[in-house]
Design a protein around this ligand. Structure first.
Ligand code: 5GP
Ligand code: MN
Length: 316
């Protein structure tokens, strides 16, 4: 059921303890929003634990409080008890088993994905917000919380990562005002971007191998790297790879396809014009108009063929 941000703030302010969770394969916005909210709640004298059913990239060690995050995969049977589960940056279907492991708890969901399925008990959705972290910033204002460095580092990271460091079309004047306030509260943009961008020598070699697979199709409007399992198994991360594809002149839709297991491919898409959220949703995934993803349970060649068919129909 959809509610306003003020109603969400009201529910939070009268409760005492929270489990905060986010989507699997957590990105900067998911982790930054979760940890930012944890410090906001703790500042209000409440208890909050972040639990994620996945591991996260070591580049996120810059985030204050990251060492306190519980990876449910390390102890899958662990059950949690609190007044509410707060699910950020995703719908219920993308958070693995965390909600199952929080028996009898109501779910408060805060999200900015246009594809949110509205299945949580209470949902505040703002599909125009560039990042969930920007919504958490607004929530903190409604809750009249003062920002400190811990909150600032996390919310800045969430806003920065989901806007491509304030370059994508989702960036609003308000986003920059919020980010400036996070800087005033102690976030250091240069330190944060250096920490997030650093890559191992092996990863850069992996990037070179990945770029060898690049293919242009649909008259130059689609460019993709399609990585077979033999390449994927040796990569630590593919974070940022798609950014090399999306900058090719004339390309509207950029694709990164990874065969994570034989017969299981993960797809990421970025676009300048075409609605890739609709494409992802037609494949059982979701996301935003200009950044979306899905999982296709087929071998690489077949998944690629299927994806290109759907993209071809959707191209504007
Ligand atoms: P990325 O390509 O960075 O993994 O994801 C781009 C955007 O699409 C992110 O906002 C992410 O949350 C969303 N997204 C990626 N994969 C999926 C998916 O399988 N399902 C849904 N619902 N959203 C996805
Ligand atoms: Mn996000």
């Amino acid at each position: 059921m959809k509610i306003s941000l003020e109603e969400m703030a009201q529910k939070i302010s009268v409760a005492n303890s929270f489990i905060i969770t986010v989507h699997v394969n957590p990105d900067g916005d998911a982790l930054g929003s979760a940890l930012g909210l944890k410090f906001i709640l703790e500042g209000m004298g409440k208890e909050a634990k972040v639990v994620i059913d996945d591991k996260w990239d070591k580049n996120f060690s810059i985030l204050s409080g990251i060492e306190s995050v519980i990876n449910l995969q390390e102890n899958p049977e662990e059950k949690f008890k609190a007044d509410y589960v707060i699910l950020l940056d995703a719908s219920i279907d993308r958070c693995g088993k965390v909600i199952e492991n929080c028996p009898d708890m109501k779910v408060l969901n805060i999200d900015h994905h246009v594809s949110n399925d509205d299945k949580a008990d209470f949902l505040y959705l703002d599909a125009d917000a560039p990042a969930t972290a920007e919504i958490i910033y607004r929530l903190a204002k409604v809750l009249k919380v003062e920002f400190n460095t811990e909150i600032a580092v996390n919310l800045y990271t969430g806003m920065a990562t989901d806007t491509g460091f304030f370059r994508y079309s989702n960036t609003k004047p308000y986003t920059m005002i919020a980010a400036a306030e996070m800087m005033e509260a102690g976030a250091k943009p240069n330190k944060i971007s250096e920490a997030l961008e650093v890559k191992s020598y092996e990863t850069i070699k992996g990037l070179a191998a990945a770029m060898q697979t690049i293919e242009i199709s649909e008259n130059g409007k689609v460019a993709g790297v399609y990585l077979p399992y033999e390449i994927v198994k040796d990569l630590d991360t593919t974070e940022g790879f798609i950014d090399q594809v999306r900058i090719i002149e004339g390309v509207d839709v950029a694709v990164l396809m990874k065969e994570k297991e034989p017969n299981l491919c993960r797809v990421s898409m970025r676009s300048k014009e075409t609605n890739v959220s609709a494409i992802a949703q037609s494949l059982g995934g979701g996301g935003h108009i200009r950044a979306a993803g899905a999982t296709i349970e087929l071998p690489l060649d077949e998944a690629k063929k299927k994806l290109l068919e759907v993209i071809n129909e959707a191209l504007v």
